[in-house]
Design a protein around this ligand. Sequence first.
Ligand code: MN
Length: 512
Amino acid sequence: MIDYNDFEVWFLTGAQLLYGGDAVVAVDGHSNKMVQGLNESGRLPVKVVYKGTVNSAAEVSDAFRKANADPKCVGVITWMHTFSPAKMWIHGLKDFQKPLLHLHTQFNREIPWDTMDMDFMNLNQSAHGDREFGHICARMRVRRKVVVGYWQDPATQDKIAVWMRVCVAWADAQDMLILRFGDQMNNVAVTDGDKVEAEQRLGYHVDYMPFSDVMPYFDAVADKDVDALVAEYFRLYDHDAALEDRSTSGYRKIWNSAKAELTLRAVLKAKGAKGFTTNFDDLGDVNVEQTGRGFDQIPGLASQRLMQEGYGFGAEGDWKSAALFRTVWVMNKGMNGGCSFLEDYTLNFDGKRSAILQAHMLEICPLIADAKPKLEINFLGIGIRKSDTARLVFTSKKGPGCTATIIDLGNRFRLIANDVECIESKPLPKLHVASALWIPMPDFETGAGAWIMAGGTHHSCFSYDLTAEYWEDYAEIAGIEFLHINKDTTLSGFKKELRMNEVYYMLNKALQ
Ligand code: MN
């Protein structure tokens, strides 16, 4: 679904010709060593490609134009080795359309006290050169990540690594298609929004696909493929042995669920979609029991497994969550903790351990499971099909994580991230859903209070691996509002931030 090896981040070194050709040759040598060192660090998920020194406005513009045009390039790192007069960056920065990281570092770690002379100083000018570059970015309101630190230090490299993952996810979103099987659940506000603005601002496109268009894919699924998928389910997941009896209605439900998964995957592949939404009131032919054509149950198991595979998912027509989950999955690729679409399900008041059970009636991604999921058939009495329904049931890992959502405030998108602590849950013998239990930081009252003050959704996209730094980088690239609810948040401080942002975005819009 995504391979980080397909992408590159370009490295441009700012210099000028004032100090002569020899200086530029030396700058080039240093830059090569730095880029080689960054690539060999083993800490960066995307290859850095050195694109040479830029010494004039024409060279800067040419480099950024090439970066814009190359689909492999997901972002550019700039570093000023010498003093690089920043007016020569104006045209290039004005044209540049991809994420920018300004690295403030220096080739040598320490000052060579005993040997340093004026030649050395003419060559190694990052201390003031990077400030000149920073000025023009600030003056031009260029959105960028500024990373300060020695290039060989893991802490510096890790900040670049975070940004790189966000860059890949950002590039992935620019041609993302989200398919909606059904509309928003009637009357729901928070999961809706301006799809035109979303495409302009966040890159992805959202389309409706009626079930009449899905049916040819359903009809084309071969029985032997369904049989094979059911066998895979039984291999992969714990289950009651009785479910394997082909004469039972339980087996039939699992078989139909597998057919729904193959149908949805075929549709998504054929359309080149990276995510989808479902609606439990819209599942095709209402007479499915008689006709055998259509989904006889909400395709929850399919959604769980497609999420794990990398497809974005949002329940009840929630296309913003579908797109955001795909982004989370891409950023999370190759990391150990896992990620999922989740919903604030029910509250557990318990003093300082007050927590929120995170679940959904079916659709939780198995990547966050703490053990092998159990495949179950249970009755689900909601939506157009009140029916026995297949699902994977599990509890989730303990530990810290971060959850995020994007809402549409009418004049802007707002990204809200909340650090959370996943704690030990308890068995739910009568509620057959996958779940997690977490305390929002800094505590339940403040975390939930701030989220509600900010207008956050009941759906969110959670990861054990991604920190708020990822979301800060994402919001910076997208140019949207970012709010981070964390261990230092107070409700009164948070309310001030909301009020100040209101003014900032009103003015910002007026200035555009
Ligand atoms: Mn929901």
